[in-house]
Design a protein around this ligand. Sequence first.
Ligand code: OFO
Length: 179
Amino acid sequence: MSSADAKPALNNLVNGELASAHLYWQAAGWCFDRHLDGCGEFLLAHADEELTHMRKMMRFMIDSDITIRLDALPEPAVDVDSVLALFEKILAHEQKVTDSIGHEVNKAQACGDHSTFEFLQWFVMEQRGEMKLFRDIVDRIKLIGDGPQALYFIDQEVAGIGASAAAMDQAAPNPTAVA
Ligand code: OFO
């Protein structure tokens, strides 16, 4: 491993946040096509949240004099045939994001980059919340069942989960927020 590889690669995480927003926009489109407007609105709002994560990371890089480099976005293929499969795909995506953040945290710790290590702790906890949110949605869909009769209830449930997650975020503002 070169010494460049040993350093935390925040560019990878910035690109990951943008890819998350890209996937959620496409997933929202999938929902609106099927008249699942509650799910669609939830995913649009979640894409906005991903952009705030990206911006937070970019601000840290700018303030730390780290060059920002954006990559081409992969096609956000939403090739699923049920709302359960859609949210399982999203949960798997969030697991990848969690793993990428953990990887960079390990590198920051290994190379003694305390500033980056501390900064990334916010993302570690954020991912914990993301995993819980999407696990809850998947569990709820499984409970309701995702047959045609259930779609209306699923749509309402996801809208409700999204609204309470947003209210909790507002009630507990991030103390490490970068202006
Ligand atoms: Fe940025 O939290 Fe989801 O990916």
